[in-house]
Write a protein that binds this ligand. Structure first.
Ligand SMILES: NC(=O)c1ccc[n+]([C@@H]2O[C@H](COP(=O)([O-])OP(=O)(O)OC[C@H]3O[C@@H](n4cnc5c(N)ncnc54)[C@H](OP(=O)(O)O)[C@@H]3O)[C@@H](O)[C@H]2O)c1
Length: 316
């Protein structure tokens, strides 16, 4: 297959590039800073059409993954970058797909499970209520929902009649790679800090990297699938249980709790937003389950064991 990963130099893109490259597929990563990798990298600016659009000709799958990381303080400048990098890159990628002579077969555009409302007890399938108006969520949390909506609207706004369009609302994608989300959570556990986070009731929607890859492979193969698809394990759980299970999988007997005010301070020092860990994300993969997709890691305890084992193997 010919696979193009726009914004594919990050955590998720690297998972995909490794997977397709290992299978012998032709992989091209579009990046603002091409470097030498085992696969091809090509320059794009993620804003304007250019010679990079040729890379999409005849592709079996094009992924839209670009966006300034949300793991930062939401200053006015960062907010503008978070929003514009997603909207602009998605619009221009869509235009390139629409005007290709040999249209790509499928466009898989990243979105986020954060688009659903903050909810402790109401799970969200694809028809779940979008966030933004929840009475118990701080106004500041509205920004990430506005970004997600604008991001999806940018993909919706481009007509690609010859290319199937799938928008993936993805939960926390966990792999043992250094610098990723799992690595960050595990570093808290390894330091004895991975205890209760605030009330601990907030739901964690997560996805094992093997299931992320299997699900997108399945979406490429199943040509009747288009539109919004939730990519999340079928068993989200409260943060308290999530961290306890991770401590057990790692073999760490203690985990000091973090209250909300401690998190506000830590988050300020770490230059990130507490929303990333305080918001309750309760998301289910309704369409994948209805279509018979089988998860290899549907339950967090087995997924956590596997991720810890692979993390340890990589640090030897
Ligand atoms: N990881 C997750 O669990 C998760 C969950 C839900 C949604 N998502 C979304 O899925 C996408 C891929 O996730 P990821 O974890 O691989 O993200 P990532 O590691 O932050 O990588 C995103 C890529 O976007 C590009 N980028 C960064 N800033 C940019 C800017 N200002 N303008 C244009 N491009 C920029 C970078 O490529 P270059 O610097 O090489 O150009 C980078 O490699 C992201 O948009 C993310 O928000 C991720």
């Amino acid at each position: 297959m010919k696979i193009v990963l726009a914004g594919g130099s990050g955590q998720v893109g690297t998972l995909l590039a490794r997977h397709y490259h290992a299978k012998g597929d032709e992989v091209t990563v579009l990046t603002r800073r091409p470097t030498t990798m085992p696969w091809r990298t090509a320059h794009w600016d993620a804003e304007t059409l250019g010679p990079w659009a040729q890379e999409l000709e005849g592709a079996d799958a094009v992924f839209g993954l670009a966006g300034r990381s949300v793991n930062c303080r939401y200053t006015p400048k960062n907010k503008r970058l978070i929003m514009d990098s997603r909207v602009d890159s998605t619009s221009v990628l869509g235009q390139a797909i629409a005007q290709a002579t040999r249209a790509p077969r499928v466009w898989i555009q990243a979105s986020t499970a954060t688009i659903y409302g903050h909810s402790y007890n109401r799970p969200n399938n694809e028809d779940g209520a979008l966030g933004g108006e929840e009475p118990d969520a701080p106004h500041a949390w509205r920004f990430s929902i506005d970004v997600a909506k604008a991001w999806e609207q940018a993909a919706d706004a481009v007509e690609t009649p010859r290319t199937r369009k799938v928008i993936t609302r993805t939960a926390l994608t966990l792999s043992p790679d250094r610098g990723g989300i799992f690595d960050t959570l595990l570093s808290l556990v390894r330091r004895g800090l991975g205890g209760r986070v605030a009330s601990g009731r907030q739901m964690v929607s997560w996805l094992h990297d093997a299931d992320y890859i299997a699900a997108v492979d399945w979406l490429i193969a199943n040509q009747h699938m288009s539109g919004i698809v939730n990519l999340a394990a079928p068993n989200p759980l409260p943060m308290d249980d999530f961290m306890r299970t991770l401590r057990r999988a790692w073999g760490m007997p203690i985990g000091l709790p973090s209250t909300r005010w401690m998190l506000e301070i830590a988050s300020f020092l770490m230059q990130t937003e507490t929303e990333l860990i305080l918001k309750s994300r309760y998301v289910l993969p309704g369409r994948l389950l209805a279509e018979g997709f089988e998860f290899q890691y549907p339950l967090w305890p087995i997924a956590a064991e596997d991720l810890c084992t692979r993390w340890r193997a990589r640090s030897m």
